[in-house]
Design a protein around this ligand. Structure first.
Ligand code: AMP
Ligand code: ZN
Length: 110
């Protein structure tokens, strides 16, 4: 499948990993929107939040299980977690990913 983040999971495209286990990969965003900007993705391909089902919800739950560890390892106490679903919401990569943003005062969501 021609998916950028699957290629990152497979090692075909390099990444700056901050956390990895058998189900999850977290790596620095290539175009950071905050001083700390990390993407957390399931290793399994899911096209976005709207594609999560009862069969894959455990992978998403696992992501939220490891986010506190990732945030702590990045010295973040205050941070934002966001996912964009669909182009009108700003999704540019069709593999589910959660942005962790922090390192500055983020203000209100725009
Ligand atoms: P979204 O716009 O919500 O789909 O988020 C996609 C994110 O992926 C953007 O913040 C991009 O900067 C980031 N991105 C695109 N290509 C790469 C890459 N090769 N390595 C790391 N981050 C990437
Ligand atoms: Zn994928």
């Amino acid at each position: 499948m021609d998916c950028l983040f699957c290629k990152i999971v497979n090692g075909e495209i390099p990444n700056k990993t901050v956390y990895e286990d058998d189900r999850v990969l977290a790596f620095y965003d290539i175009d950071p929107k905050a001083p700390v900007h990390v993407l957390v993705i399931p290793k399994v391909h899911l096209s976005g939040a709207a594609a999560v089902t009862v069969d894959t919800a455990a992978d998403v739950a696992h992501i939220f299980e490891v986010i506190p560890q990732i945030a702590k390892s990045l010295d973040l106490t205050d941070f934002r977690v966001v996912t964009n679903n669909g182009p009108d919401a700003g999704q540019t990569v069709g593999h589910l990913h959660f942005h962790i943003l922090g390192g500055r005062v983020l203000g209100e969501m725009g």
